[in-house]
Design a protein around this ligand. Structure first.
Ligand code: FCB
Length: 450
């Protein structure tokens, strides 16, 4: 008789398991922001898709909260929409706040801790008309909006993300200029980046003045910018430059309060210093960087190994290469700041769910490894709950654990949903779960004792 001893891979007690969404992608009828306007312009969104009713959350998020609860999830990350809360400059809509209060309350009633994102790519039209994030006035506008919102919601939430993925917002709206405001201008990029960093610092202080016990951070698309050819000095240079601009300027700045070049000259900003109680990591893939002489690409182009494994529904280049170990490396890297880490997004476009179950287990296994190695990871938020409006990819990329038909609003759980529910209920990656959903991982996740 052979005796097989397997230990399930347990997460710390109280670990948060949830999913992440943003306001515009799920609420529906967010008619007063720049994305809605952009979607109405032909040629901007894949197949001419529109957010429309999205996932109908403005009307009935609660039905999905019930589903989350049934899946044993104990948290959810959601966004609030600036253009609903402050539809005109300085005029706040109390009905919008009441609806958010209802939603947060509904989550709490179902035993789910809310995490709220204050800015996730969308701006009220009035702000956009004034130049949006290019206009220095945005910093005080953001502060006013944050003060009102947090003051109105702080009895229901103490976990805040000021800004989602500043670098993605910059890259898409200015560097690549495929999202609004489609402005390929380097001076504008520097202005927007600087304003976002300053706005984060000011928002951090504003939230803490209202709610001293709040935990505040940002959600960063932290990426591993590895050189395509590790022996090439130019590839190494391009990789480090991307990493410096994409990560260090922000994370180090929010740590020591210095505004680094090209945003400043290392000048100290009091509000920014020590302005992260937590670090949110959004992780999808890694980047291999190949040097190019083009300064508008920051001297580097992303490449993917031809022999890598790719998402079969993502297009090459976006969310494409499956690279779970990068998540481990990133968690270990950001742990040096000594702050709790949350995986605020991690997901895969996979409409037929043939890759997601294994993908999910592999990534969550990397989170487990990082915790074992000493990182203080507090929660994992899968992107995302149901399929939703995926920005310029429209309804073309399907990230949901639950399939959604945006026309009929019918929902159908994919196999990954049941798997994630079991994982959350057990607070562990169990041998049985891996055997059932991804047997090819058994040897790696549960090596036989020697
Ligand atoms: C992230 C965004 C999120 C969603 C996922 C797929 O970059 O934060 O809104 O689009 O990618």
């Amino acid at each position: 008789m052979t005796l097989e001893i397997t230990h399930d891979l347990h997460f710390p007690p109280g670990f948060l398991w949830g999913t992440a969404t943003s306001a515009h992608q799920v609420e529906g009828n967010n008619t007063n922001n720049q994305w809605w306007e952009f979607e109405q312009t032909p040629g901007k969104i894949w197949h001419g898709d529109k957010s429309g009713r999205a996932c109908n959350w403005w009307e009935d998020a609660e039905a999905d909260f019930d589903r989350m609860h049934a899946m044993h999830l104990n948290t959810h990350r959601l966004g609030v929409e600036w253009s609903r809360i402050e539809p005109e400059a300085g005029r706040f809509d109390h009905r919008a706040i009441d609806r958010y209060r209802e939603m947060l309350d509904a989550l709490r009633q179902r035993g789910m801790k809310p995490m709220v994102t204050l800015h996730h790519f969308t701006n009220p039209l009035w702000l956009e008309r004034q130049g949006g994030w290019e206009n220095p006035a945005v910093v005080s506008h953001f502060q006013r909006y944050v003060r009102f919102t947090v003051d109105a919601l702080s009895d229901l939430c103490d976990l805040w993300l000021t800004i989602n993925e500043p670098l993605v917002y910059l890259a898409q709206g200015w560097f690549r200029a495929i999202w609004p405001p489609e402005n390929k201008s380097i001076p504008a990029i520097i202005r927007v980046y600087r304003h976002m960093l300053l706005a984060h610092g000011v928002a951090y202080q504003t939230i803490h003045a209202l709610q001293p016990e709040a935990q505040v951070g940002i959600a960063m698309a932290v990426r591993l910018f590895q050189p395509w050819d590790p022996n090439s000095m130019l590839d190494r240079f391009a990789g480090s430059l991307k990493r410096y601009i994409g990560q260090d300027v922000w994370l180090q700045g929010a740590h020591d309060g210095k505004i680094r070049p090209p945003l400043g000259f290392g000048d100290y900003n009091h509000a920014l210093a020590d302005s992260m109680d937590l670090i949110g990591i959004n992780y999808y893939t890694r980047d291999l960087v190949r040097f190019t002489p083009d300064p508008r690409k920051l001297f580097g182009e992303e490449r993917y190994r031809p022999d890598g494994e790719f998402s079969d529904s993502g297009r090459r280049g976006i969310y494409s290469e499956l690279a779970p170990e990068g998540l481990y490396q990133i968690i270990r890297e950001v742990s040096q700041f000594g702050k709790p880490v949350y995986i605020t997004e991690n997901g895969l476009p996979d409409h037929d769910d043939d890759q997601r179950p294994r993908w999910l287990l592999e990534h969550i296994y990397q989170v487990y490894r990082a915790i074992q190695a000493g990182s203080d990871v507090r929660g994992y938020y899968h992107w995302t709950f149901t399929d939703n409006f995926e920005w310029s990819e429209g309804w073309g990329l399907r990230f949901g654990l639950i399939e959604l038909d945006p026309v009929t609003q019918a929902r159908r759980p994919r196999p990954s949903a049941a798997m994630y529910a079991t994982l959350a209920a057990e607070n562990a990656i169990s041998h049985a779960l891996v055997t059932r959903y991804a047997p090819s991982l058994l040897h790696r996740l549960f090596p036989k004792p020697r």
